[in-house]
Design a binder for this molecule. Structure first.
Ligand code: NCD
Length: 353
């Protein structure tokens, strides 16, 4: 059994195979209409979602399967104090595959330790969002025809933006990719992402707060929303929320082949006057999410012989995760696991106790 917790759970060959299946689904949707008949997808959304949950639902229905689940923690037994592990153990018995989103970082790893069906991480706090990255990779592949050698600008909330973290992890495996990290100082990319995927051993990068100055060199401009729900201070959010607003005039110096992407929802970081620019690909990107998730469901339902439920890292009682948003600090009965001084659940540094 395979899971998708982190985009690096899949090799670049497997990602390419998923993209090819998604391309085939787009061309020949009728061939896939019955292939998941009798199968059930569980969607456990402990945090709000529109596109991700609905595209998973649409994906499973388009394959002939069915869907059950909840779309907010309030309507599940979590509101009675149930752990993530117990909830997932139960839903494993009612479904063949589970897509879950949780506000705590590392929740999908805790889930995969007890699940008897494949677990898909549909977003864990400000950590990772690998299925958005699948959508992004399909979009980049269809629009640019390659991953190698691209200069990718990521702009906005790089601190809490989980889609950016997973995109950087994925793109760091392709030759010649360069990142331009565009953010206010307060919302710079966290060290744990930089240390793992950028600089020596990863891809080249530069950091700037100047969007307009960066635009001319970019092949991809990946805009993101300032993640209001992850701020501890509303005043800080108010101060930073309009840091970047992309509009038509700022695109005047961009390459004609630029691809403007955004995981959506947009607040006001892309002006609506950009929507009809031929380089604006974000709505198509959202539409591609359905097809790549169909390919993902097919892939995971077909890997029953393989077991990747290895224990990640080693158990330790003398270390504690430093990340206040990590599930390992709040979930009862969870094994405290660490690898190379980092928490296995959320990848952040651990300290001695
Ligand atoms: C993103 C997310 O949930 O992280 N949305 C999505 O899944 N398309 C981006 C966001 O909420 O800003």
């Amino acid at each position: 059994m395979r899971n998708l917790i982190d985009i690096l759970d899949f090799s670049t060959e497997e990602l390419q195979a998923l993209i090819s299946v998604a391309d085939d689904i787009i061309e020949n949707p009728d061939r896939y209409r019955e292939v998941c008949r009798g199968k059930i997808l569980g969607t456990l959304f402990f945090e709000p979602s529109t596109r991700t949950r609905l595209s998973f639902t649409s994906a499973m229905m388009s394959l002939g399967g069915q869907v059950l689940g909840f779309d907010n923690a309030g309507s599940s037994s979590v509101s009675k104090g149930e752990t993530v592990a117990d909830t997932v153990r139960m839903v494993s018995a009612y479904s063949d595959i589970i897509a879950m989103r949780h506000p705590k970082e590392g929740a999908p790893i805790a889930a995969s330790a007890v699940a008897t069906v494949p677990i898909i991480n549909a977003g864990d706090g400000g950590h990772f969002h690998p299925t958005q990255t699948l959508t992004d990779l399909l979009t980049i592949h269809r629009k640019c025809g390659r991953f190698e050698g691209l200069t990718v600008g990521v702009c906005g909330d790089l601190k809490y933006g989980r889609t950016v973290h997973s995109l950087i992890a994925a793109m760091s495996r392709y030759e010649g990719v360069r990142f331009v990290l565009i953010s206010p100082d307060e919302l710079r990319l966290p060290d744990y992402v930089k240390e793992q995927f950028l600089g020596s051993g990863g891809c080249e990068y530069t950091e700037t707060c100047d969007l307009e100055g960066a635009i001319p060199e970019l092949d991809i401009l990946y805009m993101t929303r300032i993640q209001r729900e992850r701020f501890s201070s509303e005043a800080e959010y108010e101060r930073l929320k309009d840091s970047y607003i992309l509009n038509k005039s700022k695109l005047s110096e961009a390459k004609p082949t630029l691809s403007v992407m955004h995981p959506l929802p947009r607040v006001n970081e892309i002006d609506v006057d950009v929507d009809d620019d031929p380089r604006a690909h974000y709505f198509e990107q959202a539409a591609f999410g359905r097809y790549i998730r169909m390919a993902l469901i097919l892939f995971l339902l077909d890997t029953k012989g393989v077991d990747d439920r290895r224990q990640r890292g080693e158990e330790s009682d003398s270390l504690v995760c430093e990340n206040p948003h990590c599930l390992s600090l709040s979930e009862r009965g969870i094994k405290k696991l660490f690898s190379g001084g980092r928490c296995v659940y959320c990848d952040q540094r651990a300290r001695k106790i």
